[in-house]
Design a protein around this ligand. Sequence first.
Ligand SMILES: [Zn+2]
Ligand SMILES: [Zn+2]
Ligand SMILES: [Zn+2]
Length: 332
Amino acid sequence: MKRLVCPVCQQQVHFANTICLNCQTDLVYDPFAATMTPLDGSAPCLNRDQIACNWPAGDGGFCESCAATETIPDLNIMGNLDRWSRVETAKRRLFYSLIALGLPRVSPAGKALRFSFMADEIGPDGQVIHKVLTGHEEGAITINIAEADDDEREARRVAMGEPYRTLLGHLRHEVGHYYWEVLVKEAGREAECAEVFGDAAQDYAAALQRHYAEGPPQGWDEAHVSSYATAHPWEDWAETWAHMLHIVDGLDTARNHGLDPSGTGVDDAHAITDPEVLMQAWIPLATAMNAMNRSMGHQDFYPFVISPIVAAKIGYILQLIRQPALSTQAVA
Ligand SMILES: [Zn+2]
Ligand SMILES: [Zn+2]
Ligand SMILES: [Zn+2]
């Protein structure tokens, strides 16, 4: 994430700020220039007042990010406005990366990336009538907004034995499934991708069932970034994709704040295509950040180990992203 400043007083402001806390200027974030601008009579996203979206209005009145949301939760239910707002804030951060990487939100074949944020339906007796499953189908991403509650998400993280679980992480994972469809399936690269991630034609439902019944195989971390990545090649791709975004955004933020314990002088994190260069910059940064977190008594900033095989998988994804046809929307 770039370092952003108030256009009026030059004070540093956060990505999600709707106002400069120093000079009280109302702010709009320009997602294509990646700068803060004064609101100053310009048209803001229609969601600005309701969920503090600080992006500008697009064609239909909603911003680039909010326009991709198809379904929002029932706002008559207490807490849902807050949950929706938190998910959208994480989604704008996701969109920052997609725009910076020049990734299309409509595929060459016309498949659009879109989102539904929904809550479980609870009956009068408190029982769940309809459960919302977080997932992806044909470009449509569904997120169960219960994940926006810190206590709920943390309970699930502990129950699943996961080292990391965040809203942004969910979005980065699910969007990975969409980009598999765009960069692999639509591009006719399934056989090539299978050489890196394994054969995705294997029965998905059976694979997930096996994963939940038996857990990951011994030595899974030699070739997978997480235990869930072992469930099926699609999940391996989505997990690896999410890590590509964690790492590139992490390096981008570090560079913009003058943090480079690697001494490699990474210039533009979004332009790196060599996984070795990426790892040389990332590993010392992640190690330093883990040490910082431990010195505050927090959990690790990046509780993962990237093996050489996983680094090569990330390299393959970076190579697909850098196909010339996709680079037209990149931010300069
Ligand atoms: Zn200011
Ligand atoms: Zn918006
Ligand atoms: Zn998945």
